[in-house]
Design a protein around this ligand. Structure first.
Ligand code: GDP
Length: 296
């Protein structure tokens, strides 16, 4: 994960460590290389520009030039700013504090990992002593309903018996009543995905949102698609006002561009990350640990 970026930054900082004292020129050169490394990692160019400006400002400030170990100080500034970029210090846990049943709506393009993430999330919530009901609301992709039913069976988690000839909004409303009557405290809505964003998809998602008033609306985005994932997040956020992102397939993402840009571009936090195909491979996103990992 993020191997390319880690290696690049490592070699940039190795050179820096050779200097006892840093001049402004040293820092300028270093930041030029950091900028390139971030662009190669497919980080959004506006995000890179701002990042580099902030680090340069802090690095040529008193704190670095006067310090006993300037190279280490620069590295620390980069680490801090990477963490800040990904939302370090900000709240990114799921907010389920509402009268049950609480609805969590997952949305995203087809293939991003939505259905898998629904099951992973259900498992995680059950481990936290909640009683989730999975709701298949994707009536367009053949087998999507069955896929969720199969995953539910595998985990022994209840799945609402959605019928593909029903309107998805009705399915969600019926599932909500079913949950109320049967003691499920959390609804996890697996909504329809498309290969591309289209108006009909968005209109349907807005109708589900208006009717169910989900406490969380999570965009499921594939980290391996880089800036495409960021663009998708921007569009979904503009139309639906998402509450956060589940970034999947981070286990296979050698570059890291989506993870580093999504929050800065959309203003919405990455809440969870998919780290593999297995159903327990869903983790809370820790910006600080991620920044530490990038810097090796
Ligand atoms: P959907 O169309 O968005 O519902 O996508 P699916 O849930 O069917 O997932 C598409 C593919 O991505 C499946 O093969 C999943 O196993 C795989 N997948 C989902 N999440 C992850 C992840 O975090 N890591 C990896 N490596 N594969 C994932």
């Amino acid at each position: 994960m993020f191997d390319n970026l880690s290696e690049k930054l490592d070699s940039v900082f190795k050179k820096l460590r050779g200097h006892g004292v840093l001049s402004e020129d040293n820092i300028k050169q270093t930041m030029r290389e950091v900028r390139l490394a971030l662009l190669e990692a497919d980080v959004n160019f506006r995000v890179v520009k701002e990042f580099v400006a902030t680090v340069r400002e802090r690095a040529v400030g008193q704190e670095v030039l006067k310090s006993l170990n300037p190279a280490q100080q620069v590295i620390k500034v980069v680490r801090d700013e990477l963490g800040r970029l990904m939302g370090e210090g900000e709240e990114n846990s799921l907010d389920l504090a509402a009268r049950p049943p609480v609805a969590i709506m997952l949305c995203g393009l087809q293939g991003a990992g939505k259905t898998t993430s629904c099951a992973k999330l259900a498992l995680q919530l059950r481990r936290q002593k909640r009683n989730p009901l999975l709701v298949p609301a994707d009536i367009y992709r053949p087998a999507a309903i069955d896929q969720l039913k199969t995953l539910g069976k595998q985990l022994d988690i209840a799945v609402f018996d959605s019928q593909p000839d029903r309107d998805p909004v009705l399915i969600c409303e019926e599932a909500q009543r079913y949950a109320e009557l049967n003691g499920y405290d959390t609804l996890i809505l697996d909504t329809a995905g498309r290969l591309h964003i289209d108006e009909q998809l968005m209109a349907e998602l807005v109708r589900i949102k208006d009717s169910l008033q989900p406490r969380e609306i999570l965009l499921v985005a594939d980290a391996m698609t880089g800036q495409d994932a960021v663009n998708v997040a921007e569009t979904f956020n503009a139309q639906l006002e998402i509450s956060g992102v589940i970034l999947t397939k981070l286990d296979g993402d050698a570059r890291g561009g989506a993870a580093l840009s999504i929050r800065a571009v959309t203003g919405k936090p990455i809440k969870l990350v998919g780290m593999g195909e297995k159903l327990d491979a869903l983790e809370v996103f820790h910006p600080d640990r991620m920044a530490q990992r990038i810097l090796g």
